[in-house]
Ligand binder design. Structure first.
Ligand code: WQD
Length: 323
């Protein structure tokens, strides 16, 4: 297939692009390089330096005879979205409307969208399946949920087929070491730990150790980016083969605590990684884990690389190379 990957130079997007290239597809990446990196582009793919707020540019790109479009171009910092909702409205929502309209104009029928477990909000039960109420607690999660609704309408009105992939905590780096660009100014736990291990920051702050979890620190479902990337391939196959849309969780179904991750990072990197317990971060639930039963059933997808060791080892390999 001929595939347009919007946001394909970013952290997750570059892994997704690699996956589609490996599956033998033709890939064009469209990215404004605001957080994506040239270094994450592959020689086999075409690249268009463009912004999703530039509708003319998008229209021109979408006219390239694509069978499918993968949309991973979004701002993703939940905390920031609560203080800068305008930034998230414009980029995530307006940008996606531009993408949908350009897809319609360009005759692109199939869309795979990067959604998020942030659409669920505070968990009412665990593990979270797709039937769990969607009540986002942050504006970022709200933008993802709204986009799922737009996709539903464009399906009804314009015959678009979509897969919306609700990622849990994306982590890890390509296990074959083919992606080398590191996220700039990360806020997520694992890259922050890696920066502390690499000596780029003095310590890691642990946001609370008094949660109702085995060691008192927050528990999350970390899913390896190679697993996420494989999920995109499987989801695109599913929607094209069955001519049917899909909203599905992608998670490892395993909960890992902040302390478990810090300890694994110390062991694997051999670095001390000073950690300091500070207060809870507002809005953080104690524990989040996914049910990926639907993904097993319909996509035959299971996380393969999302164990603690592979998550940390593959990330440390990427950071260590930069030492
Ligand atoms: C993980 C755990 C923190 C940093 C966020 C978004 C969510 C999704 C994934 C995109 C928590 C703790 C963290 C630190 C810490 N994004 N922590 N010290 O909050 O689960 O999810 O990323 O879709 O929408 O909200 O991820 O990596 O920030 O935190 O102790 O410096 O690590 O409290 O328990 P989170 P995270």
């Amino acid at each position: 297939m001929n595939i347009l990957i919007i946001g394909g130079a970013g952290y997750i997007g570059s892994h997704v692009a690699r996956e589609f290239l490996d599956r033998g597809h033709r890939v064009t990446v469209y990215d404004n390089l605001s957080s994506g990196l040239r270094e994450n582009l592959f020689p086999e793919e075409a690249f268009i330096h463009g912004d999703i707020l530039d509708y003319t540019g998008l229209l021109r790109a979408a006219a390239g005879g694509f069978d499918a479009l993968i949309h991973l171009a979004a701002f993703k910092a939940a905390g920031e979205s609560m203080v800068k909702p305008g930034k998230y409205s414009v980029n995530n929502i307006t940008g996606t409307i531009n993408i949908l309209n350009a897809a319609v104009e360009g005759g692109i029928k199939n869309i795979v969208f990067s959604s998020s477990a942030a659409v669920y909000g505070e968990p009412e039960y665990l593990p979270i399946d797709e039937k769990h109420p969607a009540k986002p607690e942050n504006y970022y999660g709200f933008t993802k949920l709204e986009i799922e609704r737009f996709l539903g309408w464009y399906e009804k009105l314009k015959g678009i087929r979509f897969a919306s992939l609700r990622y849990f905590n994306a982590a890890g780096y390509d296990v074959q070491g083919r992606i080398t660009g590191l996220e700039q100014n990360p806020a997520n736990l694992i890259p922050v730990i890696m920066e502390a291990a690499a000596g780029k920051r003095p310590e890691i702050q642990v946001f609370g150790d008094d949660y109702d979890t085995p060691d008192g620190t927050g528990v999350r479902d970390y899913v390896h980016v190679n697993d996420l990337a494989r999920g995109h391939g499987a989801a695109l196959e599913y929607i094209t083969r069955n001519d049917r849309s899909l909203i599905v969780n992608l998670g490892s179904e395993t909960g890992l605590s902040v302390m478990e991750i810090i300890e694994a990072a110390r062991r694997i990197s051999g670095k001390p990684i000073p950690a300091r317990i500070v207060g809870r971060r507002p809005g953080d639930p104690a524990k989040l884990t996914a049910s990926s039963k639907l993904a097993h059933e319909v996509l035959d997808w299971t996380a393969r690389y999302s164990d603690l060791d592979t998550l940390i080892r593959s990330t440390w390999e990427a950071y260590r190379r930069r030492d």
